[in-house]
Design a protein around this ligand. Structure first.
Ligand code: EPU
Length: 431
């Protein structure tokens, strides 16, 4: 088994470059299934979720080749099937995007119900409602979604919840439907806009992405082209929070500061300095952290995908903070692990009540999902002593070269196979 060993207490200092957005990449790659021709996709993060999706596309007959470490050519001209192998689809949440793309391409799709991080019920009823509105007959049999349409016809679809996945999935299928589709109460997340921009670059006609009504005029076919994925808002936010937690001073490069506004405002409320530049932000802290209250919300609100990392930071802020999770119904499973490190947190329904402690202590902990893994790393970086993190499979799904990026900022973090004692020369002194 691999573990990460973090020797806490060192401020993060220096510069870090943010990779392409995971949640864009995992939608843009399936979107390539709609394209006749070669899509060159730039700024693709090198993470396991991308590898899984490329393997799924290969199983459908697509070809891909890496032009460089973050640029991929995908050619879906000669697809041979609309059936996604069951065991591949269940590996991740984003496999649901294969349904929209394959219906758009073949008027039929057979894809297992998606997997992904487990934080409560993760239904796809709004996705399916969208496909039905576009004229598909959708059945759920033996864990597999089977969707068939004679032809896709545009429709008006009101989403009962603001859903990133449903918005993107309906956009994918509707790009090839006959007529003009409206998605109302659409998600406004940056990656929704990114997928719309990708599809438009390949010849689709989508307007209004980034607002709550998206208008998609179907086209007969999409052509090849080049597209660069936006920087990862959540990776950037994770480094901002890590810099603040360690009393560091970091220049976080290749970001879109507008996407980070909710995080910037909250960090400033906590007494952290944040300077915005054109495509970078500098985060530094010299004084004490102040407690604050936060509610996670769809964009432009505070992102749920930074909730665990923010809890880790607030666990060492002076005073009582309340963080309310309004997107997912059970995204506090990791809190037991942060408590092992000495955090004082109570969960009451959808809120975590955090009584800040003077310092966290290193401990053996387990990642329970992707962002929980990032939270535990932040806690470990800020803690006194050694934190040993297990279940790295979660973090590898979604962060590119996380430990190398942290090492370059001065963190003492290593990955080790087996349960050996850590090899930091000064472990005993600090522990
Ligand atoms: N929902 C429904 N019905 C649906 C779809 C969603 O009730 O058909 C509910 C969900 O249960 C949830 C809420 O709507 O309560 C929002 O779900 P959404 O569909 O927006 O989430 P998602 O598309 O499954 C994406 C990200 C998540 C992120 C959420 C919210 C990807 C691949 N995943 O998930 O990212 O938390 O949006 O912003 O884009 C992560 O990166 O760690 C991650 C979990």
């Amino acid at each position: 088994m691999e573990k990460m060993i973090v020797m806490g207490g060192k401020p993060l200092n220096g510069e870090v470059t943010i990779s392409g957005a995971k949640n864009s990449a995992v939608a843009v790659i399936p979107a390539a299934l709609l394209v006749d021709g070669v899509c060159r996709i730039e700024n693709v993060p090198n993470i396991n979720d991308v590898t899984v999706l490329l393997n799924i596309l290969a199983s459908l007959g697509a070809k891909h080749r890496y032009v460089s470490s973050d640029v991929i050519d995908i050619d879906c001209t000669n697809l041979k099937t609309h059936v996604v192998p069951y065991e591949m689809a269940v590996k991740m949440r984003a496999s649901s995007y294969l349904i929209g793309s394959l219906i758009g391409r073949f008027n039929k799709a057979e894809v297992a119900m998606p997997g992904g991080c487990n934080f409560g019920v993760r239904p796809i009823d709004q996705h399916l409602k969208g496909f039905v509105a576009l004229g598909a007959d959708v059945k759920l049999e033996h864990g597999v979604v089977n969707a068939v349409a004679e032809k896709l016809i545009a429709s008006s679809i009101y989403l009962d919840v603001v859903s990133v996945g449903a918005t993107i999935n309906i956009m994918l299928a509707a790009s090839k439907a006959e007529g003009v589709t409206h998605i109302e109460n659409a998600s406004k997340e940056p990656h929704v806009v990114d997928v719309a921009n990708f599809l438009n670059a390949m010849g689709a006609n989508i307007k209004g992405a980034g607002t709550d009504v998206i208008k998609i005029t179907g086209v007969r076919s999409l052509h090849g082209g080049t597209y660069s994925i936006i920087p990862d808002q959540i990776e950037a936010g994770t480094f901002m929070l890590a810099a603040a937690a360690t009393k560091g001073n970091c220049l976080i490069k290749n970001v879109i500061p507008k996407h980070l506004e909710a995080i910037t405002s909250k960090l400033i409320e906590m007494g952290v300095q944040v300077e915005e530049f054109e495509d970078s932000v500098r985060v530094s802290r010299t004084g004490e952290l102040k407690a604050t209250n936060i509610k996670t919300l769809p964009y432009p609100g505070y992102p749920t995908d930074l909730q665990p990392q923010t809890v880790a930071l607030l666990s060492i802020a002076k005073g009582v903070s309340v963080i309310t999770e309004s997107v997912w119904d059970n995204r506090f499973q990791y809190i037991d692990e942060v408590r092992r490190m000495g955090a004082d947190i109570k969960v009451d329904g959808r809120s975590a009540i955090i009584q800040g402690v003077h310092e966290l202590m290193g401990a053996p902990v387990k990642m329970t999902d992707l962002r929980a893994g990032a939270a535990l790393i932040i806690a470990g970086l800020a803690a006194n002593g050694v934190t040993e993190l297990a279940n790295l499979v979660h973090i590898d799904r979604g962060y590119e070269n996380l430990e190398q990026k942290l090492q370059a900022l001065g963190a003492q973090i290593v990955r080790k196979v087996c349960d050996d004692a850590p090899e930091f020369p000064d472990v005993k002194k600090h522990a």
